[in-house]
Each structure stands twice: as structure tokens, then as C-alpha cells.
Design a binder for this molecule. Structure first.
Ligand SMILES: Nc1nc2c(ncn2[C@@H]2O[C@H](COP(=O)(O)OP(=O)(O)OP(=O)(O)O)[C@@H](O)[C@H]2O)c(=O)[nH]1
Ligand SMILES: [Mg+2]
Length: 384
């Protein structure tokens, strides 16, 4: 759930939600719900953190300050209940009406929520911008958690100094240092435990995450890396920070053995339009040469067929498929690239791997589960 919301509607929804939780509380006393706002100076990483918490790219992130211009709301659901996160514009010294509006949108959340997450850069310098936020926080009784973000950019020994500097300023409910370095820890755990026979990489939103992945792939000499070049969703939404594209092209893509772009992604990576079947053949050849790997160009965006095109050692091979009329196609690209990685892990050839993966995917779509609202999931367990 996402969107810009005005104050009244937000509060009405909060009341509805609390009531809903109270009545469901009769069945399960432990179920909880609440609102949490993410505030801080521009560019401290509020939107990146919210996306990481939710596990989806909902808010736009960028290295340019003042990317978020309105409140964006997402709901995190777990067994214990629900947290509604509000991502807010950066609090700054406004120079115009838009600035005033943005700061107001952020500051208004302070008294409306159950907990405030104040994000700061890792530093012991508390400047005028931070002091202004501290003054605003002093006016509210809402508990404040200080989130020291981007700790991957500083030496760990310095953290205590930063924590001490902030602790003197306000009585925080908690102080939590965070960063995408968690990603590094997760990858380390995998590579040093059951070493993977193949790796599939999907959506990577920004350069910090790309750096972590690149370092791990190189450090552990990862085998059979399949890159699902997720940049544009089926609905046309951009899923990668625009600034990260050249890093992605130059530093991450060359580490893969096999790529699975869809037509819009291939167009972005090759910087040209691809319309006809002849253009697709030329495109996979060029892609394979440019990125020095095997290319599997997905044809799902073609309205007439679902024919894909494999290019292995300079030889294009059409892998035919029919469009399946199903509303349950959520995660088709992820499923296909993961299934190809499984084939490579089992030492099948690239052609065998993609043919098996396409068969498996077709069956999973045909057996799709019509669950919930919107596009339903495939049935990954359809083979007994
Ligand atoms: N190194 C590092 N960079 C980060 C981290 N979190 C976010 N970033 C980067 O910081 C920049 C700003 O991130 P955003 O999430 O857009 O920041 P924001 O606070 O939402 O910014 P505004 O909406 O403009 O106020 C992006 O380039 C992110 O990739 C982190 O933990 N470590
Ligand atoms: Mg933002």
C-alpha cells in the first residue's frame, strides 16, 4: 500500500485500524498495530531503509537530496501484527513554498504516530539541522528511536563516539546503528556455510548494495552467476536508482555467466529500441559480445507470442512459448532465472537449463494460485 495522504485521511485510517485490531484482539490478544514515521535530514537514507524494511522498492531513492516530496505510507505485516511506516521528505531549511510544504509534511507526523525513527548520518557533529530536529522532538511525547544509518561508510570503532554525542541531546527509547552491511553479513553466512553451486541475482536498487554483492562474488569466486537484470517491472516501474545504472553495467554485469533481460531491459542496456524478431537476434548477439556472457532475452512483452531467444557462443536459438492467459503471473521472471540457475548448478548445459526452466515456468503459471487481490502467484510446487 502506498500513496500520498492528507492528514485527516491518515488519522481516520489510523482509527479504523486500531478498531480493527481491537476487535481482532478478542480472538488474539497479542496482535498489535501501530504507526512509525521515518524522519531526518535530506538524503540520510530514509526511503532506502523503509524499502529494506518492507522488502520492496516502494519509495524512490536517489543520491540527490529532497527526492521524497510527500509522505509515503507502507504496511509491514508479520505474525505479531502490523506496522504502518511513513516515509517523509527530508527536514531542511526551506527556501520556498514547496520546501515549507515538505518540511511541514514531515514534522506533522511527529505527534500522529506511535514511534518516531530519527535517521542520522554516522557523525558526532550535531549541526544546526540536527539541532532543529531535536527541538521539534522535545515538543512531543512520542518515543524516539535514533537510527544511525550508513554505518558501512565509517569505522566501527567510531560508533560509540557517535552514540554518546547523540545520547547527550535527547532521551532516546533506543539507539540502533544500521546499514546495507547487513546484506554483506547474510551473503557471508551463505558462502561460508553451504557453498552455493550457482547464484541468481535479482533486483538490486543502488550502488551500496551492488558494491557488497560484487565484493562477495569476487571474494568467494562464485560459480554460475545468473543475472536477472531487473530494472523495469512488468508495469513499467523503474526498480533501480538511475545513478546506479553505469556501475551496474560496468562492475556487476561482467561478473555474470548468463543474463535474463526482458525487452525493455535489453533496450536500456544496449541503448536502442528492439522491435522486430531480426532486431532481437541482432540484440542478443550484441549483448553477448558486450557483456561477454550467455543471453536469454525474454519475449514476454511481445503481444503475439512468448518466444524467448537464447544466445550461447554466438548462436541464437529461439525457445518457443505461447502466451498463457492468466492473472496469476506474479514473479515469473524471478522464477525463470532461479530455475535456470538450478539447472546450471546441476551441471546441465545452458541450453538444457533454459529449456527446463521454461517448461517448469509454463507449468507453474498454468497451475497458478488465484490468491488475494491483484496479480496472484505461480504455483512453484505443482510438480508432485
Ligand atoms: N553507503 C550507504 N549509502 C546509503 C545507505 N542508505 C542509503 N544510502 C544512499 O543514500 C542516498 C540517499 O538515500 P535515500 O533513501 O533516497 O535518502 P532519503 O533520506 O530518503 O532522501 P530524501 O528523500 O531526499 O530526503 C542514496 O544514494 C542511497 O543509496 C547506507 O546504509 N549506506
Ligand atoms: Mg526519500
Amino acid at each position: 500500500m502506498t500513496g500520498d495522504i492528507d492528514n485527516n485521511r491518515e488519522m481516520e485510517q489510523k482509527t479504523d485500524m486500531e478498531e480493527g485490531m481491537q476487535s481482532s484482539g478478542q480472538d488474539n490478544q497479542k496482535l498489535k498495530s501501530g504507526f512509525a514515521t521515518l524522519i531526518g535530514r535530506p538524503n540520510v537514507g530514509k526511503s532506502t531503509l523503509m524499502n529494506a524494511l518492507i522488502g520492496q522498492k516502494i519509495a524512490i531513492t536517489s543520491k540527490k537530496p529532497q527526492t521524497t516530496r510527500n509522505r509515503i505510507r507502507t504496511v509491514y505485516t508479520c505474525e505479531e501484527g502490523q506496522i504502518v511506516f511513513l516515509d517523509t521528505p527530508g527536514i531542511h531549511k526551506a527556501k520556498n513554498k514547496l520546501g515549507d510544504y515538505m518540511v511541514d509534511a514531515a514534522e506533522r507526523t511527529l505527534s500522529e504516530v506511535d514511534v518516531i525513527l530519527w535517521l542520522v548520518e554516522p557523525s558526532d557533529y550535531i549541526g544546526a539541522g540536527e539541532k532543529h530536529i531535536i527541538e521539534e522532538l522535545k515538543k512531543t511525547k512520542t518515543p524516539v528511536i535514533l537510527v544511525i544509518n550508513k554505518i558501512d561508510t565509517v569505522k566501527k570503532e567510531m560508533l560509540l563516539t557517535y552514540i554518546d554525542a547523540y545520547r547527550k541531546e535527547l532521551d532516546f527509547a533506543e539507539i540502533v546503528p544500521v546499514s546495507p552491511a547487513f546484506l554483506e553479513k547474510q551473503l557471508e553466512c551463505v558462502f561460508t556455510d553451504i557453498v552455493p553451486d550457482a547464484v541468481k541475482i535479482g533486483m538490486v536498487t543502488g550502488i551500496p548494495q551492488m558494491e557488497v554483492i560484487r565484493n562477495c562474488l569476487l571474494r568467494y569466486g562464485a560459480r554460475h552467476v545468473v543475472m536477472d537484470t531487473v530494472m523495469v517491472s512488468t508495469s513499467g516501474k523503474h526498480l533501480m536508482e538511475p545513478e546506479a545504472l553505469s556501475y551496474y553495467r560496468e562492475k556487476l554485469l561482467p561478473l555474470a555467466e548468463l543474463y535474463t533481460p526482458n525487452l525493455p531491459e535489453a533496450e536500456v542496456l544496449l541503448k536502442r529500441t528492439i522491435k522486430t524478431r531480426e532486431e532481437r537476434v541482432a540484440a542478443v548477439r550484441e549483448f553477448a559480445l558486450q557483456y561477454k556472457g550467455i543471453v536469454y532475452l525474454k519475449g514476454g512483452h511481445d503481444e503475439n507470442s512468448a518466444d524467448d531467444l537464447l544466445c550461447c557462443q554466438g548462436r541464437p536459438i529461439w525457445i518457443s512459448g505461447k502466451h498463457i492467459d492468466s492473472g496469476n503471473t506474479h514473479g515469473t521472471g524471478c522464477t525463470l532465472s532461479s530455475a535456470i540457475a538450478c539447472g546450471l548448478a546441476a551441471e546441465l548445459t545452458p541450453e538444457e537449463s533454459v529449456r527446463n526452466a521454461k517448461d517448469y515456468l509454463t507449468g507453474a503459471i498454468l497451475d497458478g494460485m488465484n490468491l488475494g487481490n491483484g496479480n496472484g502467484p505461480l504455483n512453484h510446487m505443482y510438480r508432485k
